[in-house]
Design a protein around this ligand. Structure first.
Ligand SMILES: Cc1cc2nc3c(=O)[nH]c(=O)nc-3n(C[C@H](O)[C@H](O)[C@H](O)COP(=O)(O)OP(=O)(O)OC[C@H]3O[C@@H](n4cnc5c(N)ncnc54)[C@H](O)[C@@H]3O)c2cc1C
Length: 355
């Protein structure tokens, strides 16, 4: 019997997790990833609730635990750097927190033998027909698949190609920010510092005294427009937001200009009326991003992949039944996480706007 051929776009969390379960269940799995190699993300991600059962089922819980950042929590400071309170580790680090690159590396390792990975490529066109999907790539030759999954993040190409450019507004939560690293000149050791005045927040942490300091400078914005600007424009906006800001702001703004790992992103959620369209379905941030402020994105990506694979197995591979069950089951959980993402963004001075 020929195996069902599936294509997954995105090799971060949701993609390789789905690849693991589908390969285990006898599918012929290909993953396409736009980056030339696994991404080396500088931030840490956390796990909560049922995500532990998913890691356990993949047989990687113990290995993931080995990378526990063991963060000790964050100190809240005012504009003079005077302590005003403390946040326990669980607020930022959940029940377990690991560097994202380690999670991605482990998920890739456990799938690399049975799954075909195409790096440095992207889907460029999707055409559905009665018996499958014809997929065109930017670099590889055109191929036929039975099912296609978009696990390609908040700006998903699969979502745009399959659902149309206007399907599913990105909901901007009114916050944007720059992230980068600098020398750990404050000597933070598995701890963070948070200084937040209306509309602008500085969060600093280091995973170890010997590690670099990770810096996040976030501020209230009216739209995610800055994401599409170049670095000069983005830095200018950060400088304007933190002009006259006390504490470490002047030094951090200087470090920002010198950073070679600068990135800029806006806090957005993905809201869609449906997560599938014929033989194509979305998983993780691509379909229902809850925003980093929810602290639930990684757990949600893992649980989404697990639920989708389980529903495909229960439906005996009937994708229409499986996709409907997947959505019905997961929507309440996603709604809860998105409400959490919204709430925390509001605490940092944001507020929801559809793009
Ligand atoms: C700064 C920051 C901090 C965060 N902190 C936390 C946290 O503390 N806790 C938490 O749970 N979550 C956190 N998150 C969110 C978390 O990283 C995501 O929710 C999670 O990674 C979602 O996984 P995903 O696989 O769905 O998407 P992503 O991790 O976004 O992966 C998408 C993948 O698709 C690839 N891709 C994109 N376009 C294409 C294309 N056209 N073709 C092929 N591949 C493509 C990308 O290169 C990437 O590898 C944070 C996010 C950010 C940005």
């Amino acid at each position: 019997m020929t195996k069902t051929r599936v294509l997954i776009s995105g090799a971060s969390v949701a993609g390789p997790a789905l690849a693991y379960f589908l390969h285990r269940d006898g599918y012929d799995v290909t993953v396409v990833e736009r980056a030339p190699e696994l991404r080396d993300s500088g931030y840490a991600v956390d796990f909560r609730g049922e995500a532990f059962a998913v890691l356990e089922e993949m047989g990687i819980l113990a290995e993931v635990r080995e990378h526990d950042t063991k963060m000790r929590g964050a100190v809240l400071v005012d504009e003079r750097g005077v302590e005003t309170g403390r946040l326990p580790a669980e607020v930022f680090a959940g029940e377990l927190e690991v560097p994202k690159r380690e999670l991605t590396r482990i998920l890739h390792r456990i799938t690399a033998d049975g799954v075909t990975y195409l790096f440095d490529d992207s889907i460029s066109a999707l055409t559905q027909h009665e018996s499958g999907v014809t997929v065109e790539f930017e670099r590889s030759a055109v191929r036929e698949f039975d099912l296609v999954f978009g696990a390609d993040g908040v700006y998903s190409t699969v979502r745009r190609l399959a659902f149309g450019p206007h399907a599913g507004k990105l909901r901007h939560l009114g916050l944007s920010g720059a992230g980068f690293s600098t020398a750990n000149y404050l000597g933070l050791d598995r701890s963070g510092l948070l200084q937040s005045t209306m509309g602008a927040a500085i969060y600093l942490f280091a995973l170890d005294a010997a590690e670099r300091l990770t810096v996040s400078l976030s501020f209230a914005t009216g739209s995610p427009e800055l994401d599409r600007c170049d670095r000069d424009e983005q830095e200018k906006a950060v400088r304007a937001a933190f002009a006259g800001h006390g504490w470490e702001a002047p030094r951090l703004l200087q470090a920002m200009s010198e950073a070679d790992d600068f990135y800029f992103s806006s806090t957005c959620q993905v809201h869609l009326d449906r997560w599938s369209c014929g033989r194509i379905a979305l998983v993780g941030d691509a379909g229902y991003c809850a925003a980093p402020t929810s602290g639930m994105g990684t757990s949600q990506a893992l649980i989404g992949a697990w639920t989708l694979a389980r529903d495909l197995a229960s439906a005996g591979g009937d994708h229409t039944t499986a996709f409907a069950a997947y959505e019905a089951e997961l929507r309440p959980y996603v709604a809860e996480n998105q409400a959490k993402g919204q709430q925390t963004a509001t605490m940092f001075g944001g507020g929801a706007n559809a793009e």
